[in-house]
Design a protein around this ligand. Structure first.
Ligand code: VGL
Ligand code: ZN
Length: 192
């Protein structure tokens, strides 16, 4: 399947932050493998003047998802910490749109749409088609993709640009996204 980057396309880069990369607080094994394909997409969208959204996990230090509050995760992506920074090799163009999520101490937010302005930002820009990459496939990527599909965006997941924490969960997440209407493509299937 060949898919075009149309004038109403937007690239969504999910949570490519230090804490989700090898050596971070909540690492995705080989999570940094997404950076090079993402940078290619970022340069492509940039050169076409198309919008690029970078979501980031952005938690208060006493966030509900952290183990000390009975949540499943070690502390990660604490607001303004080094671990919350985008990976240093990720290209962040000057016009990048940054969307912070999980900012409410009492609410978990895996999806980039949850408790953010992402939907209205995309509407305002006339976006119809989303290309998505980032981490983790079975958490924030999956939730963002399913929310996007439920809103009605055409949603394309770029295989080389996503990575999961756990192989089996990643596989079922991909099936779940496809069941909701997502299109999975390899990066060289994207028509320039
Ligand atoms: C994520 C676990 C906890 C993610 C965020 O970005 O997929 N996973 N917080
Ligand atoms: Zn988190």
């Amino acid at each position: 399947m060949r898919l075009a980057v149309t004038v109403n396309s937007c690239l969504i880069v999910v949570d490519v932050q230090r804490d989700f990369m090898p050596g971070g607080a909540l690492p995705v094994p080989q999570g940094d493998s997404v950076i090079s394909p993402l940078n290619s997409l970022i340069e492509l969208f940039s050169s076409k003047g198309l919008p690029i959204v970078f979501t980031r996990d952005w938690h208060p230090r006493d966030h509900i998802s952290f183990v000390d509050r009975g949540g499943p995760w070690p502390p990660h992506c604490v607001i303004n910490s080094e671990g919350a920074e985008f990976h240093p090799n990720l290209i962040i163009p000057p016009k990048a749109i940054i969307v912070s999520k999980g900012t409410n101490r009492d609410r978990e937010a895996y999806s980039g749409f949850q408790g953010t302005d992402l939907h209205s930002i995309l509407l305002e820009k006339g976006v119809k088609r989303l290309f998505v990459g980032g981490v983790a496939t079975e958490y924030c990527v999956k939730s963002t993709v399913i929310d996007a599909l439920e809103i009605g965006f055409e949603t394309i997941v770029v295989e080389e640009a996503v990575k999961g924490i756990n192989k089996r969960d990643e596989l079922s997440a991909k099936e779940e996204m496809i069941d909701h209407g997502a299109i999975l493509v390899k990066i060289d299937e994207i028509k320039l």
